[in-house]
Design a protein around this ligand. Structure first.
Ligand SMILES: Nc1ncnc2c1ncn2[C@@H]1O[C@H](COP(=O)(O)OP(=O)(O)OP(=O)(O)O)[C@@H](O)[C@H]1O
Ligand SMILES: [Mg+2]
Length: 501
């Protein structure tokens, strides 16, 4: 008799239901898994065999055929071990379960029959619920991420024996988290620790308010890294939907550690400058998400951006534009979201000394490493200076992250209302047509813009960026129309090493 068990896999960050069909018939002993599995699925045979025997069951002698349907779907990972093992035990009548169709079963088995953590469990549970399945057998270590979904009955178990016992005797109640999921914005750092650097702090506030990409430049030890690390503390709280989206990405990439199963803070990702292109944007044999997707809904911080490989930096162009990335290989293609705020830091010269010992040519060569197309995608440049002794001496604390965040929250709410009919939330995401529509200038500001446009010979790109940043400055002030002073400030943020870029 053929047995069918519900399980699932994932492509990208979306779950896909899969049926495991097991048929055992007489004949020469063999064990085949069909339905286009990857290497992990093939290795599954050995694990399932050992796990069944080591859990005090018998491994049948005969022709065992396991079909993973639909056959044309590329299937990842080892999470089919458990459904295959349960299918074999059912087909050989070693266990009897009448309502097996009510369950979605997933888990990797060790040779001893223990259940191991799997990737993508949250995506699978969400898909199962969509398809009308409410009961899930999952490895113990996946229990927290799975139990985020309140409609789901989660049965986290330790090993094959426990699973077979539970499915026959139903001796457990579903696992519930001890506490409700809520946002706990907890950061170990705060903006009040940053002394001075008021203009950089103001620029960062504008960048965070409008979700603009920002570059911090200045001599070593002035607080570039320090300020960048505090940006998540002033960003609006992550919403439940954003949280789920981030958690799915982390779950699929196996990065959900020490998080209670849910990402409750906006991510802050700071890859080392030796990062490879695949590690940054995603890909590899298993088409895994890269750092840019782990930074989704948060901040991607490229510290000392000029130290990164130029080719690696160039690979950010597409994702910065599209806010998602499609990775294609012969083995298939997947798409991951990557809507992040880019924060870069750089020293204006390679010597990193104060005072600088580089020649103008050396400086120029160094800065030129930053490719034009990437420069284009930065809205705000801000420079930090060495602190005066008087700043340090007075030890006055700066404004707290909580205070700054309040202003940012107000500006973000204005933007949310503005873009409710579009698929964006912030000024930073506006294309040029939206910028033309929503960046209304007062007549004085209009005249001013005309003058500077001609004087500095702005490109349309620079013009649009100035409009977008001015829009955010006016929003922070709660004003409908953009004024001359907003434009002047926004133009300041286009000054990069004495040029308007
Ligand atoms: N504005 C500041 N307020 C308080 N402390 C500061 C400030 N700037 C620097 N510091 C102190 O100096 C340390 C170094 O600062 P940080 O690493 O942010 O400098 P940086 O500009 O990133 O330098 P580098 O170019 O060498 O990376 C900080 O950890 C902090 O202790
Ligand atoms: Mg630094």
């Amino acid at each position: 008799m053929a047995i069918r068990i519900n399980t699932a896999t994932f492509t990208g960050i979306e779950g896909v239901m899969v049926s495991v069909e097991v048929d055992i018939s007489r004949g020469l002993p063999c064990f085949n898994i069909v339905g286009m599995g990857n290497i992990a699925v093939k290795e599954s045979k050995e694990r399932v065999r050992a796990a069944i025997i080591n859990s005090d069951f018998e491994f049948p002698v005969g022709r065992i055929v396991v079909n993973l349907a639909p056959a044309d779907l590329k299937k990842e990972g080892s999470l089919f071990d458990l459904p295959i093992a349960i299918g074999i035990l059912l087909a050989t009548k070693q266990i009897q379960i009448l309502d097996i169709d009510e369950y979605v079963i997933m888990g990797e088995l060790s040779l001893l029959g223990e259940l191991r953590k799997i990737k993508g469990a949250l995506s699978i549970v969400m898909e199962g619920i969509k398809k009308g399945k409410n009961n899930f057998i999952v490895p113990m270590e996946n229990k927290d991420e799975c139990s985020i979904i309140e409609q789901a009955n989660i049965y986290p178990l330790e090993n094959l024996k426990e699973v077979s016992y539970y499915l026959q005797y139903k001796d457990l109640i579903p696992y519930k988290r001890k506490y409700k999921v809520k946002n706990v914005n907890k950061y170990a750092v705060d903006f009040s620790e940053v002394i001075g650097q008021e203009s950089a702090k103001r620029a960062v506030e504008i960048a965070a308010a409008g979700n603009h990409n920002i570059m911090l430049f200045g001599p070593p030890g002035t607080g570039k890294t320090m300020i960048a690390k505090r940006i998540p503390t002033i960003l609006p709280d992550i919403t439940y939907e954003e949280s789920l989206e981030c958690t799915k990405i982390y779950s699929v990439s196996g990065a959900l550690k020490d998080t209670d199963g849910l990402i409750t803070n906006r991510p802050f990702i700071d890859p080392h400058h030796t990062v490879s292109k695949i590690a940054l944007v995603g890909g590899g044999i298993n088409l895994m998400p890269g750092e840019i997707s782990l930074a989704h809904n948060g901040v991607l911080f490229l510290d000392e951006i000029l130290e990164f490989n130029k080719r690696v930096l160039e690979s950010l162009r597409g994702p910065l534009e599209d806010r998602k990335i499609k990775i294609s290989k012969a083995s298939g293609s997947v798409e991951y979201p990557c809507n992040f705020m880019l924060v870069g830091s750089l020293n204006p010269c390679p010597c990193s000394k104060i005072p600088c010992e580089c020649s103008e040519i050396e400086k120029k060569r160094y800065i030129n490493k930053l490719s034009g197309p990437l420069l284009d995608r930065i809205d705000i440049y801000t420079s930090l200076r060495k602190l005066e002794y008087s700043n340090i001496k007075c030890r006055k604390k700066g404004e707290s992250s909580k205070h700054i965040k309040k202003r940012i929250d107000l500006a973000r709410n204005i933007q949310k209302d503005r873009f409710q009919n579009y698929n964006i939330l912030t000024n930073g995401e506006m294309g040029s047509s939206l910028a033309m529509k929503y960046c209304n200038l007062t007549s004085k500001a209009e005249k001013f813009m005309e003058n500077v446009y001609k004087k500095f010979n702005f490109s349309t790109r620079v013009y649009t960026k100035i409009l977008k940043v001015s829009r955010t400055i006016a929003d922070l002030d709660g004003r409908e129309k953009i004024e001359e002073s907003d434009l002047i400030e926004a133009i300041q943020y286009r000054r990069f090493l004495n040029n308007i870029v």
